[in-house]
Design a protein around this ligand. Structure first.
Ligand code: GP9
Ligand code: MN
Length: 415
């Protein structure tokens, strides 16, 4: 009820960043531009700059992340749980945490939200999603409708043939190519989310489409993982070219984000062979880093940001870049361009990362060295851990109690 939502409001007020709006870096740099957001399936950071038998896995992304017109957050973590891709979508759209059990997209698709597409709609954007799978998968059709997407281009919007599909369906190269005509039909400015599919478990690719060797380890999954990653890297490169050719590129910013891990703990032995080190709790958390790149055509100030950030921070960050100030929004994440000292990335299981520490399975590690802290030092994580648990609980309250019904966001979203 009202008292529960004011508890959330008070907590978020007390923990909001020092710099808001125009004071922080890059405010409004993408004002009135189109936003092309690409959710890259199962893509983990360790793929970047990796090689198999001397061949780069991701030549396109390797260049992109270092280029003048890209801002790359190298310590960006996915925060998904059982809802996988749908959790990553939910976190990005709402800056709320996913649930500990089940997928919010299924269990709470009818809640009141103040989601990114609705806010963008109110600010004159046309909003759409592109994903070549059945529309009902993850209950997307229902959720998308609730949170304000204008169009959803699902499997039926695409020509899927035996030649252009394998694995989960339409291959990424055909998916992007066939999407261009729909993008051209959007009213400007538009916000369009693309969800890729090829680089999905079990990561199998027809041999003639593979441009990198299989890896050689005891895990068939990891062995294939590089081939589909390479395929998706090529698909993204082609997509950028097509955006340029169709004249969309210059008036757009392109955001790339990995949705969640592709290689689970089950493959730790093979992963440890690949990385050349043992995978303890610390390394496991570090493996949850996924790409997050903001590509701004014409921008010259590209840099690699070391700040610890996560999917929960995407919504306030995008609004910041677009120059949209949502004074009354309730977000658990923070604008990545604002300075904030005591911030952390919380995971659904209660683990966390902040600038100094990584906490998981009851162990507090030094983030810099990866060493577990011993004795009294190990208490260093305790105060942050307390806040992490409180924050997850408050976010759960919002979802389970549908608390946004009782809050006035100060815009037309409230019914
Ligand atoms: C399905 C695709 C993959 O449409 O988004 O979902 P995942 O299994 O990664 O959650
Ligand atoms: Mn996924």
């Amino acid at each position: 009820d009202e008292s529960e939502i004011s508890e959330v409001e008070t907590y978020l007020d007390e923990h909001s960043p020092d710099l808001k709006g125009e004071e922080a870096d890059l405010f409004g740099i993408a004002e009135d531009k189109n936003v092309i957001f690409v959710s890259v399936e199962s893509f983990q950071n360790f793929l970047l700059d990796s090689e198999v038998n001397g061949t780069e896995t991701t030549p396109f992304l390797n260049d992109l992340k270092e280029s003048k017109d890209t801002i790359w957050f190298e310590n960006f973590y996915h925060q998904t749980a059982q809802g996988k891709t749908s959790d990553s979508e939910f976190i990005v759209e709402n800056s709320l945490y996913p649930l500990g059990r089940g997928a919010v997209y299924f269990t709470h698709a009818q809640n009141e939200y103040n989601a990114l597409p609705e806010i963008l709609n109110n600010n004159g954007y046309q909003t759409s999603v592109f994903h070549a799978n059945n529309k009902t998968f993850w209950n997307r059709d229902v959720m998308y409708d609730n949170i304000g997407y204008d169009q959803f281009y699902g499997e039926q919007s695409f020509q899927v043939t035996p030649e252009n599909s394998f694995g989960w369906g339409l291959e990424d190269k055909a998916f992007f190519e066939q999407s261009i005509k729909y993008l051209q039909s959007q009213d400007k400015p538009f916000y369009s989310k693309f969800i890729t599919l090829t680089h999905h478990f079990p990561f199998e690719l027809p041999e003639e489409k593979a441009n990198i060797d299989l890896y050689d380890s005891g895990s068939n999954t990891l062995n294939h993982y590089f081939q589909t990653a390479r395929y998706t890297d090529e698909a993204l490169e082609k997509f950028f070219e097509q955006l340029k050719q169709s004249g969309i590129y210059e008036d757009s910013i392109i955001v790339l984000m990995g949705d969640h891990y592709g290689i689970s703990e089950y493959h730790n032995k093979a992963m440890s062979q690949f990385l050349g080190k043992e995978i303890d709790g610390y390394e496991h958390v570090q493996l949850q880093r996924v790409p997050f790149m903001v590509h701004i055509p014409g921008y010259e100030g590209g840099e690699i940001k070391e700040k610890v950030v996560g999917q929960i921070d995407v919504k306030p960050t995008l609004l910041h870049l677009l120059g949209i100030e949502e004074e009354k929004d309730l977000t658990f994440g923070e604008n990545m361009f604002a300075d904030q000292e005591d911030d952390f990335v919380a995971f659904r299981n209660g683990s966390f990362v902040n600038e100094e520490y990584i906490y998981t399975d009851g162990v507090c590690y030094d983030r810099e060295t990866g060493d577990p802290l011993e004795g009294e030092q190990s208490e260093a994580c305790a105060p942050v851990k307390k806040q992490v648990d409180q924050e997850l609980k408050l976010s759960d309250n919002v979802i389970y109690g549908d608390l946004f019904r009782f809050y006035d966001f100060g815009n037309s979203n409230n019914k």
